[in-house]
Design a protein around this ligand. Structure first.
Ligand SMILES: Cc1cc2nc3c(=O)[nH]c(=O)nc-3n(C[C@H](O)[C@H](O)[C@H](O)COP(=O)(O)O)c2cc1C
Ligand code: SF4
Length: 481
């Protein structure tokens, strides 16, 4: 594997990374050195425009992506581990906390029994979580970040008690098998969706009461609202060939949220493109599962050639979002459940994944390219890009070049912040990056929850060194190797 795809750490200089990108024919700009504030493009504040609560400004272009840890309490409140993660987000120096992590608007829509839930009973702990993050930011001398909450229903990937309890938009020829769907019972009825609209609206009102500046109505990674965007085979008013019907649920939710919490800003994290679910091929590398053509179950792809991205409908949907009052779009892709290489480019796969079918740099460039296309097509939206971590020590070099060239407005970091929370602060201060904290995409933070353990950076975060979960994870990995 490593012979095929050189490790980033082996590319000793930015020039070597540029040469590798050129050899792969993926156009990504990369600066020779990290610029510090105030000259760095990443240090330029970003006006988020006037809103119901006045004008908001981001102190810099670093964003912390939502990342859950499978570590809430069974009744949906944050645990000490959750608070620790959010405090790290606060200390990072990033100007924007995009949602913190996925928080379920219905208990039955949780992706795992330890996912946070938002309702009247969890309001005060969620308020406390936000305050802990702010206190950590102040304690570390960082500028105050803008903080939102990501609202979700996990749909097909719901596991509220630990076993699959899928609630789906439509019957899927490939994914039904993966979550033991055998008949139409898990298909959500239109009447159930009306209740869901109310639950999103109530959750948004509560998020505002808890002090969050915005909510992200999650439309990504195969979860419910993402799945509805490809519900071509669903009869009735929430499905069909026309995008207008497939986006009717999104429209109803966003309108209800606006009415319930008029002084809350609206954001959406969107899987801009997709692919056919992947499985390990003969040599262990990911290949698309056998499928019929046209492939009618994707959003942002060509149904006749599903490996080819087609952002036509994605752009139309982004324009619809803008018309509904959404001003910020966070661009991600596909799903970690069935095509992780598109969403979290990594050299080492998670336990339920496959070896990378391409140099992960290609995956990074694809994600950043999609964000760039959406910025070009819908410039009125503030665009956050995703999928940065695989660039490792070169995150700042590439990020500052992309932002300078206007590819998108902001740079959203995921896994890197689990291993190295202070990377944004170090980069902006012009300090040398701490190489031993740089995420090497070992995927333990994905493998752990797939095996029922809390997530975290087991290899690099010393906090996990003495924890029993680390020993359990090592035993699991030994057993599967
Ligand atoms: C442990 C873990 C938890 C995640 N949880 C969420 C989540 O709650 N919501 C979400 O939209 N994305 C989630 N993601 C995806 C990340 O936000 C991000 O898109 C992904 O890791 C790719 O970015 P990166 O290359 O910087 O890691 C999660 C990723 C990881 C590794
Ligand atoms: S476990 Fe740590 S090093 Fe591995 S991918 Fe996650 S954050 Fe990166």
């Amino acid at each position: 594997m490593s012979e095929r795809h050189p490790r980033i750490a082996s590319l000793r200089t930015p020039a070597m990374l540029r040469a590798r990108l050129e050899a792969l024919d993926v156009p990504l700009p990369c600066d020779d050195s990290i610029e510090s504030a105030p000259g760095s493009p990443l240090a330029v504040p970003l006006a988020l425009g006037p809103g119901p609560d006045g004008a908001l400004e981001l102190p810099n272009r670093f964003v912390i992506q939502p990342m859950e840890g499978w570590d809430g309490t069974p009744d949906g409140r944050p645990s000490e581990l959750t608070v620790r993660r959010w405090e790290n987000f606060g200390r990072s120096g990033a100007g924007w906390i995009w949602g913190g992590e996925a928080v379920a608007v219905q208990r039955e829509g949780r992706a795992n029994p330890n996912q946070l839930v938002i309702d009247e009973s969890t309001l005060s702990p969620l308020e406390g979580l936000r305050e802990s993050l702010l206190a950590a930011a102040r304690g570390a001398g960082r500028a105050e970040p803008v903080i939102g909450l990501q609202l979700t229903h996990s749909g097909r990937w719901s596991r509220p008690e630990g076993s699959a309890r899928p609630r789906i938009a439509y019957r899927h020829p490939l994914l039904d098998r993966r979550v033991q769907v055998e008949d139409d019972a898990p298909v959500l009825a239109d009447a159930e969706l009306e209740r869901l609209v109310e639950d999103f609206a109530r959750a948004a009102r509560l998020a505002r009461e808890a002090g969050f500046s915005f909510v992200d109505v999650k439309h990504c990674h195969g979860y419910l609202l993402h799945e509805f965007l490809s519900a071509r085979s669903r009869p009735g008013r929430f499905g069909g060939d026309a995008l207008q019907a497939r986006s009717a649920l999104s429209r109803a939710i966003l309108e209800a949220v606006r009415e319930a919490a008029p002084d809350l800003r609206l954001a959406v994290r969107l899987s801009a493109f997709d692919h056919v679910p992947h499985v390990p091929g003969g040599d262990g590398r990911g290949v698309p599962e056998a499928h019929e053509l046209p492939y009618r179950c994707g959003f942002g792809l060509d149904p006749l050639e599903p490996g080819r991205i087609d952002l036509g409908e994605t752009v139309a949907f982004a324009r619809l979002l803008a018309s509904l009052g959404v001003s910020w779009l966070n661009v991600t892709a596909s799903s970690p459940y069935y095509a992780p290489h598109l969403q979290r480019p990594a050299l080492f796969p998670p336990s339920d994944g496959y070896l990378p079918p391409e140099d992960p740099l290609v995956g990074v460039a694809r994600l950043l390219g999609a964000a760039r296309e959406l910025k070009r097509a819908v410039p009125e939206l503030t665009i956050v890009s995703s999928g940065w971590t695989y660039l490792q020590e070169y995150v700042p070099h590439v990020a500052q070049a992309c932002v300078r060239e206007g590819w998108f407005d902001a740079v959203g970091l995921g896994r890197m912040v689990l291993s190295y929370p202070q990377l944004p602060a170090d980069a902006l201060a012009g300090r040398a990056l701490v190489r031993k904290k740089v995420c090497r995409t070992f995927s333990d933070c994905t493998t752990a929850p797939r095996n029922g353990l809390v997530s975290g950076c087991y290899p690099l975060d010393p906090f996990y060194r003495s924890r029993s979960e680390r020993r359990m994870l090592e035993a699991i990995k030994r057993g599967s190797s």
